[in-house]
Design a protein around this ligand. Structure first.
Ligand code: SF4
Length: 386
């Protein structure tokens, strides 16, 4: 059964500037013996795994992900390590080639070959997680910012180049710019390094910024400043931003829309407030219960158990079902369809499906002792299922 892909809908959020349709990435496993062992272990923990695991083993890093980034909007992709968010960002930046699926920029299909890669890089820039390694330690700030300007022929050497570099530094609030031009990465703080990395991305006047965990390696005290900088770039320059994070609280603070990924798939998406105030998927509820909350008096109640499945041989049904406290018989047999749970808010979970019979709805997981009551089944209109 082919299920509709979960996506933020351009119809709900405005016209999409960058769109991914059904992006999939499988990485070959070169150490076959390890792959066979991993698949065997995975099947032992979940017999439903590996039913489709014929042929050369691959890591199913990203599976059929659709995503639409509205112009001048901020979309957050949230998930734990190994959920496929960074692989998705690299496919959107065309640093790795998808196994299947399409990219569209301005409604035009982006070629799978190298053709037009330089023009694409001017429109879509990637900021990496680690500001310590994304800058070359033997070059100063001036070199890092001059290089993209010269490579893309956006400024000529001399006064114009100096002016362009200083303007970039001021855009990321590194001022007075003269103080930073001659500094090497080791002379900057983590936050300043990440600002230089963002300034380098801005040098080619991109329209889309893909920020892959841009604050996760920074001290908590300077994270907010970086998030506010991203918000300012959207407000001031109309930049379209994809913010990738494992921290759903920061996603709510910064983003208009949130897309939640688990084990390479999108499990929930929608407006940030709706996803965080009324999480519909048990995995999103797990993420939220793990997020720090100063207003919470009690310790968080974590409803999920265990760890993510092997991506060499993931479950062919709901990938979250071995960990889900609400799992039913059907969850181990069939992929859940995407269902609309609120305006623009979709969740891929059988809890929101209509018309399950008693055998399909039979619980297969014991609730954790002392855990919260089972989530009530929502009852959307049958016509709302997408
Ligand atoms: Fe997956 Fe079923 Fe749990 Fe929904 S209830 S997350 S479909 S295991």
């Amino acid at each position: 059964m082919t299920e509709p892909a979960l996506t933020t809908s351009p119809a709900e959020t405005g016209p999409a500037l960058l769109e991914a349709r059904g992006l999939t990435k499988h990485f070959p496993v070169h150490h076959a013996r390890q792959a066979v062992r991993a698949a065997r272990l995975a099947r032992r923990s979940d017999p439903a795994q590996g039913k489709s695991g014929r042929g050369a083993p691959v890591v199913h890093a990203v599976e059929d992900v659709s995503l639409a980034l509205p112009r001048a909007g901020i979309t957050a992709v949230v998930g734990e390590s190994g959920s496929g968010k960074s692989t998705l960002a690299r496919m959107l930046a065309r640093l790795i080639t998808p196994t299947s699926g399409q990219l569209l920029l301005d409604d035009h299909r982006v070629p799978a070959s190298n053709r037009g890669r330089r023009e694409y890089a001017r429109d879509v820039q990637l900021v990496l997680q680690d500001p310590f390694s994304s800058l070359n330690p033997v070059h100063d700030v001036r070199y890092h910012l001059a290089r993209p300007l010269l490579v893309h022929r956006l400024a000529k050497r001399g006064a114009a180049l100096d002016e362009a570099i200083k303007s970039l530094l001021e855009r990321v609030s590194l001022s007075p710019a003269d103080q930073f031009l001659g500094k090497y990465p080791h002379e900057l703080s983590g936050g300043q390094r990440q600002r230089v990395a963002i300034a380098r991305s801005l040098a080619v006047t991109p329209r889309v910024l893909l920020a892959d965990e841009p604050v996760s390696m920074l001290d908590v005290s300077i994270r907010l400043g970086l998030l506010n900088l991203l918000g300012d770039l959207r407000e001031r320059d109309g930049l379209t931003i994809l913010y990738i994070t494992h921290d759903i609280a920061s996603a709510r603070y910064l983003a208009d829309d949130i897309v939640v990924m688990y084990a390479g798939q999108v499990v929930e998406s929608g407006p940030a407030e709706s996803v965080t105030d009324q999480p519909a998927h048990p995995y999103t509820q797990l993420l939220l219960s793990a997020a720090p909350d100063p207003d919470r008096a009690e310790p968080p109640s974590l409803q999920g158990r265990g760890s993510p499945p092997s991506l060499v041989s993931p479950p062919s049904s709901c990938r979250f079902h071995p960990r889900c406290p609400h799992a039913m018989a059907i969850c181990a047999e069939r992929t859940p369809p995407a269902a609309q749970v609120a305006s623009g808010h979709l969740s891929a979970c059988w809890l929101h499906a209509q018309g399950l019979d008693s055998e399909q709805a039979r619980p297969i997981a014991a609730r954790p002792p002392g855990g919260p009551p089972a989530m009530p089944r929502s009852a959307p209109d049958p016509g709302e299922e997408t």
